[in-house]
Design a binder for this molecule. Structure first.
Ligand SMILES: Nc1ncnc2c1ncn2[C@@H]1O[C@H](COP(=O)(O)OP(=O)(O)OC[C@H]2O[C@@H]([n+]3cccc(C(=O)O)c3)[C@H](O)[C@@H]2O)[C@@H](O)[C@H]1O
Ligand SMILES: Nc1ncnc2c1ncn2[C@@H]1O[C@H](COP(=O)(O)OP(=O)(O)OP(=O)(O)O)[C@@H](O)[C@H]1O
Ligand SMILES: NC(=O)CC[C@H](N)C(=O)O
Length: 706
């Protein structure tokens, strides 16, 4: 019978460069782990400065401050008697490393730098750090003088090591290393490592948790072992939301899982495990054959036992449980809502302002803010002290804490319908009002015709030219220019209202609001938006969510948030309402865009996720959309060419896109995620389009053109 060990991992809501706050949360997590009887605690990647410091990792001060935090951990006796695996950046021989410090009883046991850095999508670790990239290599690290004094020596081992305690063996791997084909845990496991720690800085994107769970359960199912996954939580100052979900696995099964979306700043997951189950799991001779051939690791010997014989501590093992996943529509309800809460409290703003059009996108944005209010009220009811403290500052109109989501929403959410005499319909105006009534937002309904008319007339005054909409006999250019005046006026009015509405309502202590944008990922991809209109906001919770997913979210919220009014939004035809409504003309998004939202979503995925150019996309869609009774090659070619034409001429709009919550793997975000040119050669003269045309002609000649 092997001894039982109690181990802990955690999710921490760190904030880049908030050294004091980060240290406080790290210490809290260690104390909580100890209280639960754990003798090992692992925390998120780079938790001391926060994962998202980006180019601040090029500043020496960040490294010095991180050592100050380590000093504070080493000298705090309440953090003794537990092995602490904590993340920090390190300077070693003038190279910067993303590393772990393994600490016990005020002593650093070793430093473990990350071997394989994350450098795709939103990750740029190679810009700041050097990969260790020498599996099993170990050398000596010279400690800073104030740490040398505590340590009583000048050096500690740094490298890819494993640690042997009296009763077991453990080792660390870091985030991306789990995602690589030749992960360190493979050889570590073959070397007898029984407990693996993984500290991550892994941000949310829709449907991504499935991948993490699959990777960890696969790793420990093949190799056996205990796997402690830790991750950052919340918005640490960027478009990303780190979705926590710390987990503990044993031999492929989950025995502990924290929340994926939460307003808690510190979540600790603890499990008690019988190491015998790991040893018994590794019985197969085929594993033994590989184990004897596996390259050996240098071991750090520890005079410490992870197991405990304290009779007050748990003596039964934590049972396995099924993994908990959220539906994608729930992920939309929760992820952006938690991100908005962190943004609101950390920016010290008074609330949010949404231009509410009566369409589905701004409705989704408002519903996400309402979801945030629901989460806050639930956290207050659970006694979450940080949320209570933040709410007291933010909900300043009343002395007492709000008791319902609607009450809080009335204090923090301001919506405004900005109508035009001939363009806006009764239906959109009424839907906006009804939604506001349901969620409790402070709503205004204004007519912006005066601003529009006076802007339009300035051109006539200056030149004598009278621009007209197409339906009144005007040109395409004037038709767009007149739409754009309305759209851009809305942006100016939005910022004006956001600054003044707290003054109007006499909010104690004043304050101003953050303007929320509502353009979705597909409109951005196609460029179906006016540059510098209401899409130019402070932040955008839905800028990387597809229209298809937004509709699913609204439909989910209509039932789960008890909001029947949302059904009206789903049934309405998406329209910009920028052109005059006449007896035979009402503007419609999909007609204007010359493609459907569902098609756009597919183009977006093939462009970004599948890395396809126009010709490659055409060939792929021939398989998917072509064939007997389906679309002809020419029809498919036209669709692909139209998409690339609009994508390319409108790409420049992405350079000024509002910072949006990152949620979608095909996001066209030009700032951090999807780096592309914004001045393209004409698509219709491109080699790719020529190849498409030749292929269509060849298929038509072979009689496959139908
Ligand atoms: N290659 C390039 N690099 C940099 N800038 C470039 C450029 N090509 C044009 N431009 C500039 O781009 C601008 C033209 O773009 P933009 O002003 O957006 O105007 P534009 O794309 O012409 O029109 C906006 C479109 O968005 C539609 N829309 C749909 C739904 C909602 C809304 C709304 O706003 O509520 C709008 C509206 O119906 C219209 O079709 C000009 O300022 C032009 O100088
Ligand atoms: N009448 C209006 N009143 C207030 N805001 C508006 C109005 N029309 C447009 N907006 C703002 O401009 C944004 C872009 O307008 P657009 O017509 O493209 O809406 P959309 O992308 O279809 O979104 P929605 O579905 O919210 O109408 C909207 O999301 C909204 O924030
Ligand atoms: N920080 C990391 O190494 C993260 C990389 C990993 N691919 C993830 O998304 O979780």
């Amino acid at each position: 019978m092997a001894p039982l060990v109690t181990v802990a991992t955690c999710a921490l809501n760190q904030w880049s460069l908030d050294f004091a706050g980060n240290l406080r949360r790290i210490k809290q997590s260690i104390v909580k782990a100890k209280e639960a009887g754990a003798t090992l605690r692992v925390g998120p990647e780079l938790e001391i400065p926060g994962y998202g410091c980006l180019d601040h990792f090029l500043e020496n001060e960040v490294y010095e401050n991180s050592w100050d935090s380590v000093h504070s951990i080493l000298t705090d006796p309440s953090l003794h008697d537990i092995i602490i695996d904590v993340g920090l950046p390190l300077l070693h021989r003038n190279c910067r490393y993303n590393a772990r410090a393994i600490i016990l009883n005020g002593q650093i046991l070793c430093l473990r730098p990350k071997l394989y850095l994350a450098n795709d999508g939103n990750f740029r670790e190679m810009r700041f750090f050097t990969p260790w990239n020498r599996p099993r290599h170990v050398e000596q690290y010279y400690l800073p003088p104030h740490i040398q004094k505590l340590q009583g020596r000048r050096q500690v081992p740094i490298g890819d090591v494993v640690l042997s305690t009296i009763d077991t063996t453990l080792a660390a791997e870091t985030c991306e290393e789990l995602f690589t084909p030749n992960s360190p845990h493979i050889n570590m496991g073959l070397n007898g490592v029984e407990i693996f720690t993984n500290s991550s800085g892994s941000h949310h994107s829709l449907r991504k948790l499935d991948e993490r769970i699959a990777l960890i359960s696969e790793a420990t199912r093949k190799n056996g072992g205990v796997y402690l996954y830790s991750n950052q939580l919340g918005c640490d100052g960027d478009r990303l939301y780190y979705d926590g979900c710390a987990m503990i696995f044993v031999n492929g099964d989950i025995v502990g899982q924290s929340s994926q979306f939460s307003l808690n700043e510190v979540e600790v997951v603890v499990a008690t495990i019988d190491l015998e189950v790991v040893r018994a799991y590794r019985f197969a001779p085929s594993r033994g054959l590989q184990a004897v051939a596996a390259p050996p690791y240098e071991r750090i010997e520890l005079d410490f036992s992870l197991s405990h014989d304290d009779i007050d501590l748990p003596h039964s093992c934590t049972p396995r449980r099924p993994p908990r996943y959220h539906l994608p529509e729930e992920e939309i309800a929760l992820g952006p809502a938690c991100w908005l809460w962190d943004y609101l409290r950390r920016s010290k703003s008074a609330g949010y302002f949404i231009p509410l059009s009566g369409g589905i996108d701004s409705c989704a944005t408002a519903t996400i803010v309402y979801s945030m209010c629901r989460l806050v009220i639930a956290a207050i009811k659970e006694g979450n002290e940080q949320v209570i403290e933040d709410t007291k500052r933010i909900a300043a109109y009343s002395e007492k804490l709000p008791e319902t989501a609607e009450e809080l929403c009335n204090q923090v959410l301001y919506t405004c319908y900005m109508g035009m005499t001939n363009q806006s319909s009764k239906e959109t105006r009424e839907r906006a009002q009804a939604l506001s009534d349901r969620i409790g937002s402070y709503h205004t309904d204004v007519n912006i015709a005066d601003v529009y008319n006076s802007t339009r007339n300035i051109l006539t005054q200056a030149t004598g030219f009278e621009p007209k909409f197409k339906v009144h006999g005007g040109s395409t250019t004037s038709n767009l220019a007149l739409q754009n005046i309305q759209a851009r006026s809305r942006m100016v009015i939005a910022y004006y209202f956001a600054q003044e509405l707290c003054e109007v309502r006499k909010r104690p202590g004043g304050g101003s609001l953050l303007v929320l944008g509502s353009s979705n990922v597909d409109e951005c991809l196609r460029g179906y938006l006016t540059k510098y209109d209401c899409s130019s906001a402070d932040i955008n919770p839905i800028g990387s969510i597809s229209k298809v997913d937004l509709k699913r979210f609204i439909s989910w919220a209509s039932t789960n948030f008890d909001m029947p009014i949302l059904k009206d939004f789903i049934d309405a035809t998406p329209t910009a309402e920028l052109e005059p409504i006449t007896s035979d003309h009402t503007q419609s998004d999909e007609v204007d865009m010359q493609m459907t939202y569902a098609e756009l979503s597919r183009f977006g995925t093939l462009r970004k996720v599948n890395h396809l150019g126009p010709y490659g996309m055409f060939l792929r869609l021939l398989e998917e959309w072509g064939g007997e009774g389906k679309l002809s090659p020419r029809e498919i070619a036209d669709k692909v060419k139209k998409f690339f034409h609009f994508y390319q001429i409108n790409r420049h709009k992405q350079t000024v896109a509002t910072p949006a919550y990152h949620a979608e793997s095909y996001s066209p975000d030009d700032h951090r995620f999807d780096l592309r040119p914004f001045l393209y050669p004409p698509a219709f003269q491109s080699w790719s389009f020529e190849k498409i045309d030749k292929r269509v002609e060849a298929l038509e000649k072979r009689g496959q053109g139908k």
